[in-house]
Design a protein around this ligand. Structure first.
Ligand code: HEM
Length: 137
């Protein structure tokens, strides 16, 4: 029995964060819920250049999957993320940052992750959002 426990423990430690939180389905749920918020947001919705939010949802989903250790489809399609550069065409001010995080908070909470996983994900998202601000507006 002790041997079996050893093996199980080792296997768990080798899992990526992506796998630990449930893989592709979890990130699809997260970003889908987030974009439901964006779709109804009077400040954020006009910032998205395409009429159909579907392709933006797909890009963001694939980015997060890659970031957390899943398949690297994002970079195969889009190249190096260079996220600050890619956001340069959009005026990301404090209000946009706050609205973005507000919708993201709802989406993260609905995942029902463990406290530790939720904390890890949220820390990253708040840090990344702050780093995307590019104007005082
Ligand atoms: C702080 C507020 C933010 C605003 C207002 C914002 C807004 C936008 C907009 C308008 C786009 C273009 C939509 C498209 O056509 O793809 C975009 C793209 C994207 N955003 Fe953000 N964003 C924010 C923060 C973030 C953060 C924190 C991340 C990463 C954790 C992120 C990841 C992405 C990605 C991966 C794309 C697609 C890039 C590509 O073209 O491949 N964004 N964002």
């Amino acid at each position: 029995m002790d041997d079996v426990k050893e093996i199980r423990r080792g296997t768990l430690q080798e899992q990526t964060f992506y796998e630990q939180v449930g893989g592709e389905e979890t990130f699809r749920r997260l970003v889908h819920r987030f974009y439901e918020g964006v779709a109804g947001d009077p400040l954020l919705r006009p910032m998205y250049p395409e009429e159909d939010l579907g392709p933006a949802e797909e890009r963001f989903t694939l980015f997060l999957i890659q970031y957390w250790g899943g398949p690297t489809t994002y970079s195969e399609n889009r190249g190096h993320p260079r996220l600050r550069m890619r956001h340069a065409p959009f005026a990301v001010d404090r209000a946009a940052h706050d609205a973005w995080l507000k919708h993201m908070r709802v989406a993260v909470e609905e995942l029902g992750l463990s406290e530790e996983h939720e904390h890890t994900l949220w820390n990253y998202l708040t840090y990344a959002a702050a780093s995307m601000v590019n104007t005082e507006g």
